[in-house]
Design a protein around this ligand. Sequence first.
Ligand code: ARG
Length: 378
Amino acid sequence: MEILQQRSTVAQVWAAAEEFIRLHHRENPEAGSPFKRLAQVRDEIETTGSYRHTPLELVHGARVAWRNSNRCIGRLYWNSLRVRDHRELTGADEIAAQCVEHLREATNAGRVRPTITVFAPDTPERPGPVIWSEQLIRYAGYACADGTTLGDPRNAGFTAGVRRLGWPGGPGTPFDVLPMVVQGCDDKPRWFELPPDAVLEVPIEHPEGDRWRDWGLRWHAVPAISNMRLEIGGVSYPAAPFNGWYMGTEIGARNLADTDRYDLLPAVARRLGLDTSSDRSLWKDRALVELNRAVLDSFDRAGVTITDHHTEAQRFMTHMERERRKGREVGADWSWIVPPMSGSTTPVFHRTYEDTESSPAYVHDAGAQARAQGHDLV
Ligand code: ARG
């Protein structure tokens, strides 16, 4: 079981609130002088133990949390994040319905829009709702009798967990979309099937490869992280799913290629007719490039937004320059920022970064990993 989150003291909430309100007013001069708002927030914290963000504070807080995400290479557009304010929702049914609506709006028929939906925060009286799923859209991983996994091995634990909750399982393809698991306030985790029209998928085929046809590879258009907590100025939103668009390598160099994921490089090499008898033929490297070409080309042909690692690395350099001119330090984690293939061909490789963490932030709390692996789903 998860260790209970330690309750923040009034002094801690106030300290975090003050810092955030000052930041909000500093970066948004149109919000006026911070002093009146600081006094209000202070009163509210003293009487209730917490406070309610204004809609503008919520929007800016969610955007700055993206700006502060040291692992994300795609932060150039942080200030255009669309924020859906559903702080009134605490129940699993309504939250699941709004997650579906989020996917529809974010997918936007392929022109993917970075979007977050914010549900009820933790309060001094009760913890807020929680989404157990790691992302709103994930593919099932079914453990087979011979020890292999059908589908995405990353989600094998979660898949077993939802089945224990009563999910009958999907059609049994390598790409069965899992239900979401949502836990409302004062409730147990419950599963919700995603309607097919909320899940845009792209068939993956190679631009030149006849032998790729009818392979049945696919991936979903929208990566929507749903198990990170949004923390803004002493208020904590445990359910706040957000999405950007994909960078090709996430799919082609990790999800479909990692040996503990779909592990497709040997099959790709076979389709390309490569000699796989020795690592030194660099068949893995060649297969990796072709798989990544296939991902980018397939998304392009389907009219679905995707970026490539060269473009995105360049944008990240622009982002850092822009932030520097604003007098802000960009924290970054080299091992996450450098793309998982051809790293040294991108400018982000050839430098170091400060990994300082700032608030507002998206954070993984102690229980998130266990929940995404389906532990305690019974
Ligand atoms: N790497 C994760 C995946 O492949 C998604 C992480 C967020 N990615 C993004 N482009 N916003 O599903």
